[in-house]
Design a binder for this molecule. Structure first.
Ligand SMILES: Cc1cc2nc3c(=O)[nH]c(=O)nc-3n(C[C@H](O)[C@H](O)[C@H](O)COP(=O)(O)OP(=O)(O)OC[C@H]3O[C@@H](n4cnc5c(N)ncnc54)[C@H](O)[C@@H]3O)c2cc1C
Length: 379
């Protein structure tokens, strides 16, 4: 189904056409096979990088494409509708460039063109085995020694662990709580940074996720992003943007499931009629279509606030919450629309359903999004 979009420039229409063509050619035919084998499509990400898709929202002077967030998110949405793991990889990479692009001093900013140039891949290391939602309690420590910080501890659930070229490490340089946290940018080849075996995940199997052990890894002090003690603020700022990326992934996935289920319901006949003609099923699809449109509208409203330089944190939380809950519902109901066929791997909807679940968990669970929204109401 074609989504009717109003975009801010002719360039944006061209970009979305190009992305659609690229996603149809490079992503859609590979997704099922790579997901089944659990292979990370690293080369494909280089292809996207060379097409300029790994630095879309960043300024041209740093090698980005200076696209408004509303355009970048719709690119992600199209990628996600063909292959969620690739869209998520682009979103995580873009999130991983945010600390340096937004808070980095001159020293680290000179690394940006390489980071968003297309050859390198980034990772964002906040979560730990003992602290996910309560990220301010993190315990990975960085101790100054000569011209380095010596980093020790363990990060958990790190997307691109073992495949990334650079890591944003949120670590404790001061006392307890949010104010004792700093952000370091480390090269993946740094001795003492040891990615562990990949987790065996329910879905998104083409997206590598693993713990990373930091065993007295020495990171030069000029790789400090922002000031000492500013790390938690940087982490949350990156997450505000990242949550919009996850919302876009969710909208794309939900659209793919809706399209597949609608197509099936038009063709499948029971009792002598296409099953979409039974009101029980037609109304179900109508509700799903409405939810997908609403999720997209919420995501774009938050993105436009961001593009206008206005506060958008609460709206980003609402968009992430609603879009990912919508993706879970739409993918689950898409399995129902296909009946028995929905439950087998011959059709992609069972994979979509497994993939949707993680979107309700990453970059702040949906309980944490509700916390963000309710706190803003209480203020
Ligand atoms: C596939 C995958 C990829 C990931 N990628 C990354 C990554 O690249 N970088 C990174 O840093 N992290 C990553 N994560 C980690 C993810 O952000 C965390 O899993 C998430 O923040 C939840 O933390 P947790 O798993 O420790 O759960 P916990 O914090 O232990 O939460 C357990 C449950 O308690 C609920 N809960 C916790 N606190 C509250 C509260 N105050 N009120 C109500 N409910 C609450 C949660 O919502 C959840 O349902 C990834 C996770 C997965 C599964």
């Amino acid at each position: 189904m074609t989504v009717d979009r109003i975009l801010p420039s002719d360039e944006a229409y061209d970009l979305l056409d190009l992305v659609t063509e690229l996603a149809d050619r490079e992503l859609a035919p590979r997704a099922g096979d790579f997901e089944q084998r659990g292979v990370f499509p690293r080369e494909l990400l280089r292809t996207l990088g060379r097409a300029g898709l790994l630095g879309l929202p960043y300024p041209e002077e740093h090698g980005g494409a200076a696209q408004p967030y509303e355009v970048y998110l719709q690119v992600l949405e199209i990628l996600a509708s063909r292959w969620l793991a690739v869209a998520e990889a682009v979103s995580v990479h873009t999130l991983s460039c945010h600390p340096v692009a937004t808070f980095g001093g001159e020293q680290v900013r000179k690394l940006l063109p390489d980071m968003i140039g297309g050859e390198l891949l980034g990772a964002y290391c906040l979560s730990e085995p003992q602290g996910g939602s309560d990220a301010a309690a993190l315990t990975t420590r960085a101790v100054p020694d000569g011209g380095d910080y010596v980093v020790s501890g363990t990060k958990a659930w790190i997307t691109h662990a073992g495949n990334a070229d650079f890591y944003n490490i949120f670590c404790r340089t001061g006392g307890p709580g949010a104010r004792g946290i700093s952000c370091l940018l480390a090269d993946a080849g740094t001795p003492g940074i040891v990615p562990q075996a990949a987790e065996r995940t329910m879905g998104l199997r083409a997206s590598p996720v693993a713990q990373i052990a930091f065993d007295e890894a020495r990171v030069p002090t000029d790789r400090l992003v922002g000031a000492e003690g500013e790390g938690f603020r940087i982490a949350l700022s990156a997450l505000d943007s990242g949550r919009l990326g996850i919302a876009a992934c969710a909208v794309g996935l939900a659209q793919a499931a809706l399209d597949y289920a609608t197509d099936y319901a038009r063709q499948r006949e029971q009792f002598g009629r296409p099953i979409i003609d039974f009101q029980g099923l037609g109304f179900l699809l109508a509700d799903l279509a409405t939810q997908v449109s609403a999720a997209r509208a919420l995501m774009l409203a938050a993105a436009r606030l961001r593009d206008a330089g206005r506060p958008y944190s609460t709206e980003a939380a609402k968009a992430k919450l609603f879009a990912t809950d919508t993706a879970m519902r739409v993918t689950t109901d898409a399995v129902q629309v296909l009946g028995g066929a929905g439950y087998v791997a011959d059709h992609p909807v069972e994979r979509y359903m497994r993939e949707a679940k993680v979107l309700q968990i990453v970059e702040g669970t949906n309980q944490i999004q509700r916390l963000v929204i309710s706190r803003s109401l209480a203020r």
